[in-house]
Each structure stands twice: as C-alpha cells, then as structure tokens.
Design a protein around this ligand. Structure first.
Ligand code: SF4
Length: 448
C-alpha cells in the first residue's frame, strides 16, 4: 500500500482471512495497493516467499505480485548476481522464488552511466528477458503497473471504478469490488497507472497461448477469459462428454463444485436427471492445492460427504473436471459404493493429464500423474469404477470456443508453448537447491 511517498507491506502465510483483520487492514492507508494470494509453485511455502515481494530502489521502493511461474529462473538468478552493487541497498535475494528475482532485477537497473533507471524504464528492459507465465502487478510509490507474458498464459484484466482503476487476475474479482470490466491486459503489454491516467506500452509481440486448464478447473466459473465465459465452457464440455461417452444410468452427479457445470451439461445432453449426491464442506480448500500428500489424502475425506438417500441403489454418472493423481476419485468411488450406489460411471471433462505444468500449476511430476503408464481402462479399474471415460482434447478445446493454436494444452498433449530449459533447471526447489549446493549462482545469491 502506498500513500504517495511510502510503501507499507503487510503479508503472511495462510488464508486472507487468517492474515488480515480489521486492525491490520485499518493500518493500510493510501491510494495505490497490490495484493496477492496463491499457493507456492517455484520456492517453498515460507514467509520469505509470500508475496508481494519488496525491494528498495534508488527512487524509493517496489512491491510486486505474480500469478504464474517462470521457466528461466536460473538465468534470472545469474542476472541478479551480475547486478551492480549499489550503496546502502542489497541486490541479493532473500527469498527463493522466481518472483523475487524479477523484483530484484526491476529494482537494480542502471543506465550506461550508472544512473538508476525508473521502475518503468527497468520494466521495459527486464520484462523481455523473463520467460514463462507471468501476470504481474507491481507498484512504486506513485505508479501501479501491470504486465502479462507474451503468451498470456494466465489471465489479467483491467477494470474501472468511479474514482480509480483495478487490475485483477480474474474478471470475477472486478464484479466483487464493483468495478466495470474495461479489457484484458494484452499478452506482451505493460500498463502504468498514475495521477495522469493510464499509459500502455508493449515489451513483446503477442503470441497468445492461454491456459486451457483455466477453463476446465482453475478459474472461477463466473470469470470470462478472452471473451469466453468459463461457466459456459464447462457446461459445453459436459454436453460434449455426454455425446462422446454416453452411458445408461439413473442420475448424474458432480464432484462439487468444480465438476458441477460439466455435470449439468452432461445431464442436459444425455437426458439423465441431474442431482446432488455429494455435499462439500465449504471450509476445506481445493485438494490438489494442499502442499503435502498426507494432507491431500486426509483432505479428500474431509472435503466430501455422500447423500445416501439420493444415491442408494442408483446407477450413477459421476462427473469431475480432471484426474491428476487419482486419489480424489478413488476415495470418492469407495465412498459412493459404501453409500449404496448400484453402478459408478466416472466421466471427466478434460483429457488425461500426462505432462507436468511449468506455468504455475503444481500438479505433480510425470511419475505421479496417474495417466502416465496406465490405459484409461486400467485407471478406471484402479479407482474401482464400473467405467471411466474422458472428453477428447478437441472436444474440450471446442467447448472453450478459443482457437486451438491460441491455447496452451501442454499438460494434455505435451506441446509446450515455449522452449523449456533442462529439467534440472525447472524444479520447484531450484533456488533452495542452488543455495544449499554452493553453485556459482548460489554464491552470487548470497553475495551482499
Ligand atoms: S500445461 Fe496445462 S495447466 Fe499448465 S499452462 Fe498449459 S494448459 Fe495450463
């Protein structure tokens, strides 16, 4: 939060409601702010890696939040190590995440005469060097900036309030704070908003490759991405799934809540009634986002409870959005059998996830992905279902109405939207490993 002359950062680990209360919010006074909430991708879940990241600059300071994940982290760490030392200000990185490197680079740029660059000049120089998925919001004392990677992998939107501007990851956030949608930040675009209004510039040519998984699961259903409603995409995925993988059954139920729109579409297209067979505990988070496997396994039973009266004796179609490790669905099938279901037919509104994501979804390594090395029938058997079917890749893509070449669908088909560095330079713990291992980059990171 900036009051025009000073930035105050307030951050901690946990849910927003655990971190902020009225007192802490009351202490944040000013007219420019950035906020951030996400689970960790690159870098461990520790306080230092919580965002916004913060750096002092020659002109003041900079605070930055990032949605996405970078793939040239090792090179960015080298660039940070090469930053000129500046009196009284540390250029070294305290955190171990990709985001903090970008903040350090933005803060540390100088011109040929050694004169510090402004945040805007630094962004124009640094952003073309950053690879991967990045929807960024950052600020100095007087200006709010937003930038989106050239592929536009993650969404980022601009909204208008009566007396201000809002930038948010999803259009649903604009609705919640009463802002009207203006437009998306374009892939490869940098915008700056200050007392003079809004300026736009381009740091790279747009090569759109929006994440198709946003339409399947990630984004809120009440969000629009690239002009397409996420909810309608999910319903259409369900309709297509019903046509591609029909089954004789009595009731369609969803894995709540992310499977609900596709289940509604499946019921509509198949003519099988839709019902609510599982109750979700509203206070438990998304399962694959829990950081450890133990918590994840516990989380599944905490998360859903079957409605025995609804499912007893019924032949069920259970619609879910995706299968990553298969733990959720295995536990679910077992619960439904125990609750008396006569048959369980699992239908999935995205194709098998076979490849890791390097752009901000901490799915799993390839070895952990259940669709790797197992046929669809084997997966169905392993989870105890009477049948299992997935939507086709093209069916899912058509449901989004976005042209296939403009979507990243790498976790499904292995076609990554950009060149990736060697696998050992892509790990979640890359910077921790380097720090522990005493490599050149680690030495550089430790240097004051
Ligand atoms: S790999 Fe999958 S989850 Fe990752 S950005 Fe691409 S489509 Fe989205």
């Amino acid at each position: 939060m900036s009051n025009g002359s000073q930035i105050l950062v307030f951050k901690d680990m946990g849910l927003v409601s655990q971190v902020f209360d009225e007192t802490s919010l009351g202490s944040l006074r000013g007219h420019i702010a950035v906020g951030h909430a996400r689970y960790s991708t690159t870098g461990a879940s520790v306080w230092e890696n919580a965002q916004p990241t913060f750096r002092a600059t020659a002109h003041g300071s900079i605070a930055l939040g990032h949605n996405g994940n970078l793939v040239n982290t090792a090179r960015l760490a080298d660039m940070v190590a090469d930053l000129p030392r500046q009196d009284g200000r540390a250029t070294q990185v305290a955190a171990t995440n990709d985001t903090d490197l970008v903040t350090a680079l933005l803060a540390g740029q100088v011109d040929d005469d050694g004169k510090p660059l402004t945040s805007e000049q630094a962004a124009a120089r640094i952003l073309p060097e950053v690879r991967g998925a990045f929807s960024l919001v950052f600020m100095d004392e007087t200006t709010l900036y937003a930038a989106r990677d050239p592929q536009g992998i993650r969404p980022l939107v601009l909204g208008r309030l009566d007396r201000g501007w809002v930038v948010a990851s999803e259009s649903a956030a604009l609705d919640i704070c009463g802002a009207s949608f203006v437009r998306e930040i374009e892939p490869g675009e940098l915008i700056a908003i200050d007392e003079n209004g809004i300026r736009t510039s381009r740091f790279a040519e747009a090569k759109p490759k929006g994440c198709v998984f946003e339409y399947v699961y990630l984004a809120r259903p009440d969000t629009d991405i690239a002009g397409r409603s996420v909810y309608l995409s999910r319903v259409e995925m369900g309709r297509k799934l019903a046509k591609e993988a029909p089954v004789d059954a009595d009731l369609v139920i969803a894995t709540p809540e992310s499977g609900t729109p596709a289940a509604i579409g499946y019921a509509e297209a198949s003519g099988i009634p839709y019902g609510s067979g599982l109750v979700k505990n509203a206070y438990v988070g998304r399962t694959f986002i829990q950081p450890s496997q133990t918590i994840r396994q516990l989380g599944i039973r905490l998360k859903l409870n079957p409605l025995k009266e609804v499912i007893k004796g019924k032949r069920l179609v259970v619609v879910d959005d995706s299968i990553v490790r298969g733990n959720t669905q295995r536990a679910l099938v077992k619960m439904l059998r125990e609750a008396g279901a006569a048959e369980i037919h699992v239908r999935i509104s995205s194709p098998p996830v076979k490849w890791p994501c390097f752009f901000g979804i901490d799915f799993a390594t390839r070895a952990e992905l259940i669709a790797n090395g197992m046929t669809i029938d084997e997966i169905g058997t392993s989870m105890g279902a009477d049948s299992l079917a997935y939507i086709s890749l093209d069916g899912m893509i058509e449901a989004t109405t976005i042209a296939k070449p403009n979507l990243c669908r790498a976790c499904f088909d292995g076609e990554y939207p950009m060149e990736l560095p060697d696998p050992e330079l892509l790990g979640k713990q890359l910077l921790e490993t380097e720090l522990a291992g005493g490599t050149d980059a680690a030495d550089a990171l430790r240097r004051p």
